[in-house]
Design a protein around this ligand. Structure first.
Ligand code: ZN
Length: 149
């Protein structure tokens, strides 16, 4: 199986439909499709996928980190550096959960992985991100605690 890069998938030739897709389609694929195929392993798999994707995207400053998340419309990130090994990322308007009703479980694993992967590029350290808040857990934003090592 071939491995494709971000460059490979960049060219979109859709004169009538353009390069946007409805967020509804993304959520159907992401929340219904992937979870039903991957089952209990979906969280870990989506995190690893997100991390890999984050590592493939160019970002070498915190400003570029924020710009990339905004440009891909993953959400609106607000960063707080807790200390040199700990960064808190609040994600407003999260692509996956913003507006979702309370379910008691959190599933923004892919977003968590993308954030960790991008921060690895920016900071040159390994990163592990854990989701701590979500619309599905009763908050109006998503939150990730990222530890660097
Ligand atoms: Zn979310």
């Amino acid at each position: 199986m071939k491995e494709y890069t971000v460059e490979d998938v960049k060219n979109v030739l859709r004169p009538r439909l353009g390069d946007d897709v409805p967020l509804l389609l993304f959520r159907i694929l992401r929340i219904i499709g992937m979870r039903s195929i991957l089952g209990e392993s979906s969280g870990a798999t989506l995190y690893m996928m997100g991390k890999r994707v984050g590592n493939m995207l160019p970002a070498s400053t915190m400003e570029q980190f924020v710009d990339t998340i905004l440009e891909l419309k993953i959400g609106i990130p607000h960063i707080t550096t807790v200390d040199e090994d700990h960064i808190n990322v609040k994600l407003y308007e999260c692509i996956t959960c913003a507006g979702f009703s309370y379910t008691g479980e959190m599933f923004c694993d892919m977003e968590s992985g993308i954030i960790a992967g991008l921060l690895e590029n920016v900071l040159g350290k390994k990163a592990k991100s854990t989701q701590t808040k979500s619309w599905t857990a009763g908050y109006e934003y998503c939150e990730f605690e990222v530890f660097l090592y």
